[in-house]
Design a protein. Sequence first.
Length: 317
Amino acid sequence: MADRTVTVKASGGDYTDLWNAEAGEQGDLPTLARILTIEHYLAGDGSYGATTFDGWTTDATHYINVVVPAAARHLGKWDATKSNYTTSATQLNVQIQENFVRFTGFQFGAATRTVETPLVKTTGGSGVDIRFIACIFKAGATASVYLQGALLESGGTHYFIDCLFYDIQTNVSDTHWFGAIRAGGSGVVANVWNCTFQNCRQALGAESSSTINAVNVGAASCTTADYGTVNKTTCSTTTPTFVDEAGDDFHLAAADITWLGQGTADPGSGLYSTDIDGETIVAPWPIGADWRAAAAGGLSIPVARPYTQAVNRAAVY
């Protein structure tokens, strides 16, 4: 059988929300010889609360592929008029209990948390390959409970590529349990490449026998950068020059010399070559999710940017 693509739209699509798409398409993908692609166009999804991916059979070549097409995708900055999944103060956005799932171009948002609930949670068992590419994770105001952007409890490998996490904040007094990405299960491996963290209580946290491999990760205005076993290569805790930090636009400004051009080239060994806007990265690679800013109106244009190869070693951790 052939691969299958379905759409989620307010009207005129196959489904009107992700919850129903997941329920309606559950199946044994290897037997169907199928990659299932769910194209998500809906702004303000999440009225059902959490969507849980469970009851499927998947493998490395027959997986669940949730993507936001270019016309409905953010431009590296939260955009409520574009595809997004936003829930209340007590509800997960998405829970993944399967082994092979990918999300590309998604926006995960939430009201201020009043119970300990991450935006995204994985509980798929062992041997997972779960990927988040060019996604945005943001919470509401500072929570008084433990809070994570992504809580990883599935043994196996998770990938976060070109993602932005911001305002993942809690005032709970503790040293851990609240990483914007928290590897909380035994045997979890998280590869975090070219991601930006801003105003998070903690960017990365690894518990138990979990490991996080961070390359080209920028943690700006975060209380702590990491906890536990976090292997870091060309990562920075120095705040760069953003386009409009106060306005939550965390593209790098043309004049930045802190993250721009200071990263390690091709950390995914060819797995990706674009930034959070979908722009092809031209060497030297940056720290963080942005290589060059997207212009207003949805067009991306080259920006002439000065850079220095002399890394500020005090800023790299």
